[in-house]
Design a protein around this ligand. Structure first.
Ligand SMILES: Nc1ncnc2c1ncn2[C@@H]1O[C@H](COP(=O)(O)OP(=O)(O)OP(=O)(O)O)[C@@H](O)[C@H]1O
Ligand SMILES: [Mg+2]
Length: 345
């Protein structure tokens, strides 16, 4: 199942670019970020963009199993390797051969198992429990964690040598509160998705004031929490109650729980960027990515052109040269983007 990686923030755009760059390299990757930020979505996107997408995608949650079981899950065992091993069992390294092995919650892997994993990464070989024979494996290792592995190394909970082996490429996904501009497109995407999934229900897009609150909220559970809120709305059908619930979950204020600066200016920028003003806020359908790109581009162009004009004392031909556009285009942009000369010029 492939979920698209929705988002317009620098963080998500950079990750999309990185996915393209690394998908056919086979380099080990660690994806880190808080719970619910989309680590598994990124892993799936990496797999689906890679030449290995026709081969197996095997996931192991390193936090879910006690040490002994995790070891036998990963490496497999021979019949009779331990009490209860009635059948030979293939390990995930064997099952993932040619494809991807996703080691979720790698930060929770027991220390002693970490050295076994390191051995596989170094040699490409592993030995099932109770076997004499080393098996070869060609797996692309993608690992995810919500731990700060550098901190874990200091505390001797994570092996430094394994860290460097795994962490050839690091992808850090920011928490949602650090990329609030992703909130409107995520809401839009999931409202559409859930509306078609739950055919008999109607999910209306949040109106302006609700949307503002959803953008302001600090989302400790990140995208997963956002999904849950939208599902809750599907059942309750009342935004007021849900927003109240979010407030109650915090300290009575929707913002600043994570010690972030007040996002008021940022929120109003996002509202503006997505055209979510009170007139059309209830109709998120009306925005398109194309329009959004144009708006964002206009903004940047306006800033850059104003800056260069300012620095050249509004010498338009000099400014056009610096901007590497024709004089005519510059004049066209000055009027199209409503760039005003300072008083006296
Ligand atoms: N950028 C995104 N676009 C679309 N859906 C997303 C995005 N990020 C997260 N999601 C959705 O949010 C949910 C949580 O994402 P995911 O399971 O990838 O998070 P995670 O970082 O692996 O969390 P955990 O640390 O709890 O395992 C999933 O249903 C996923 O599809
Ligand atoms: Mg996950």
């Amino acid at each position: 199942m492939q979920a698209p990686l929705i988002g317009v923030s620098q963080n998500i755009l950079r990750i999309k670019e990185l996915i393209k760059q690394v998908a056919d390299t086979g380099l080990n990757i660690v994806i880190c970020g808080e719970s619910g930020v989309g680590k598994e979505v990124v892993t799936r996107n990496l797999y689906n963009s890679s030449p290995r997408r026709m081969k197996p995608y095997i996931k192991v949650n390193c936090a879910a199993l006690p040490e002994g079981l995790l070891e036998s899950e990963l490496f497999g065992y021979e019949k009779g390797a331990f009490t209860g091993a009635e059948q030979k069992k293939r390990g995930k390294f064997q099952l993932a051969h040619g494809g991807v092995l996703f080691l979720d919650e790698i930060g929770d892997m027991p220390f002693s198992l970490q050295s076994k994993l390191l051995h596989v990464l170094q040699s490409g070989e592993f030995t099932p429990l109770g076997s004499e024979k080393e098996l070869r494996t060609d797996t692309w290792i993608l690992a995810a964690t919500n731990h700060d592995l550098a901190e874990d190394i200091k505390k001797k909970k994570f092996r430094e040598d394994l860290y460097y082996r795994l962490n050839i490429i690091k992808i850090h996904i920011d928490p949602l509160r650090k990329r609030r501009e992703d909130i409107p497109p995520l809401i839009d995407y999931y409202i559409k998705k859930y509306t078609s999934q739950f055919k008999n229900k109607h999910l209306l897009n949040p109106d302006h004031s609700v949307m503002k609150k959803l953008i302001e909220y600090h989302w400790p559970g990140n995208v997963r929490e956002l999904q849950n809120v939208l599902k809750r709305f599907l059942v309750l059908g009342d935004w007021e109650e849900i927003i109240e619930g979010l407030q109650l979950g915090g300290t009575g204020t929707l913002t600043n729980l994570a010690g972030d600066e007040s996002p008021a200016a940022e929120v109003s920028n996002i509202i503006d960027l997505f055209n979510l003003d009170s007139d059309n806020g209830s109709n998120l359908e009306s925005y398109s990515l194309k329009k959004l790109k144009k708006k964002a581009l206009d903004r940047v162009e306006k800033q850059v052109i104003s800056y260069v004009l300012d620095k050249t004392g509004w010498n338009r031909s000099k400014a056009a040269k610096i901007l590497k556009i024709s004089y005519k285009t510059l004049l066209y942009k000055i009027s199209g983007l409503n760039i005003e000369p300072p008083q006296g010029l």
